[in-house]
Design a protein around this ligand. Structure first.
Ligand code: ATP
Ligand code: MG
Length: 268
């Protein structure tokens, strides 16, 4: 499954080539869906335990999406399998004055995961080549250098023992409309409605261009991007859970050997 979501390094992404309605030939009610999700969560639980105990490497999960793309829901459903003590979630909003007075990676770096931990970024340094580019918050000569700067930053992290899994939750413009309408209508969701989202929605095509360039230029061997079909929430959750579990498996964390010879020790 992970093969079809992977953005091949060096390739040129066109989002129209990726169907946000993809369901892997499954239906939401198929018992296999819940079984596979549970199996992936169970693998995550075991592997995170080992990652934490081993304390030699870490995992960074970067989540990006258009507004209402499902970042919060993905975190809620998929990360249920992990021990909160070994995991952090950071949501990156518009930078503060202090953050703007530094380089764009300054506020990011301090939230990267320490050895043994998993960190989830809800939005990330990619905003600095997305909204910043679309809204012309800095000149082109500034943002256009950032792709190489991001690749160098991510190489530093991977060479320091951090595995990076970057997930773009891909929804259609029609699905976004339906979700924004649902936010307006539902008292449990309307607190999330931000009139700014409508302004961003008007710039949908500019965001597509900006995403295509970020996904193309920053999918590297060390830190590849994945495009996750995300119109169907249940399928998105399944794909992401299996990708996270597969990634942890590939990292192969090991239970550490006991710190001393345990033979003959009796607990009285
Ligand atoms: P929700 O799904 O709950 O709406 P959200 O991630 O959209 O979550 P908001 O508080 O609505 O959270 O929006 C955060 C805003 O901050 C987004 O519009 C995002 O593009 C913006 N933002 C994040 N990073 C930057 C940045 N580096 N420069 C400018 N704006 C940024
Ligand atoms: Mg928002």
């Amino acid at each position: 499954m992970s093969k079809s979501t992977l953005v091949k390094p060096g390739g040129r992404v066109r989002l129209t080539d990726h169907d946000p309605d993809e369901n892997g030939g499954l239906s939401k009610e198929a018992p296999e869906v819940e079984e596979r999700l549970e199996a992936a969560r169970a693998r995550m639980t075991e592997l995170q335990g080992r990652l934490y105990a081993e304390s030699k490497q870490s995992l960074l999960i970067v989540l990006q999406a258009m507004d209402a793309g499902g970042k919060d829901g993905t975190i809620r459903h998929v990360m249920r399998g992990v021990n909160p003590q070994g995991c952090s979630v950071t949501s990156f909003k518009a930078p503060t004055a202090d953050e703007l007075a530094h380089d764009f990676l300054w506020r990011i770096h301090r939230h990267t995961p320490a050895q043994g931990l998993i960190a989830v970024f809800n939005r990330s340094h990619y905003e600095d080549v997305l909204i910043v580019r679309v809204r012309k918050l800095v000149p082109k000569r500034v943002w256009s250098r950032r792709y190489a700067q991001i690749n160098a930053f991510e190489r530093l992290l991977t060479e320091s023992g951090t595995r990076i899994l970057k997930l773009f939750l891909h929804i259609s413009a029609e699905e976004q409309k339906a979700r924004l309408e649902a936010r307006l209508a539902d008292p449990r969701k309307c607190w999330k409605f931000n009139p700014e989202d409508l302004k961003e929605r008007e710039a949908w095509d500019d965001y597509v261009t900006a995403y295509e360039e970020a996904l193309s230029r920053c999918s590297t061997d060390e830190a590849p991007w994945h495009i996750i079909p995300a119109n169907r929430k249940w399928y998105r959750n399944l794909v992401v859970a299996e990708l996270v579990a597969d990634t942890l498996e590939a990292m192969a964390p090991q239970w550490p050997a006991p710190a001393c010879d345990l033979s003959g020790i009796v607990v009285k």
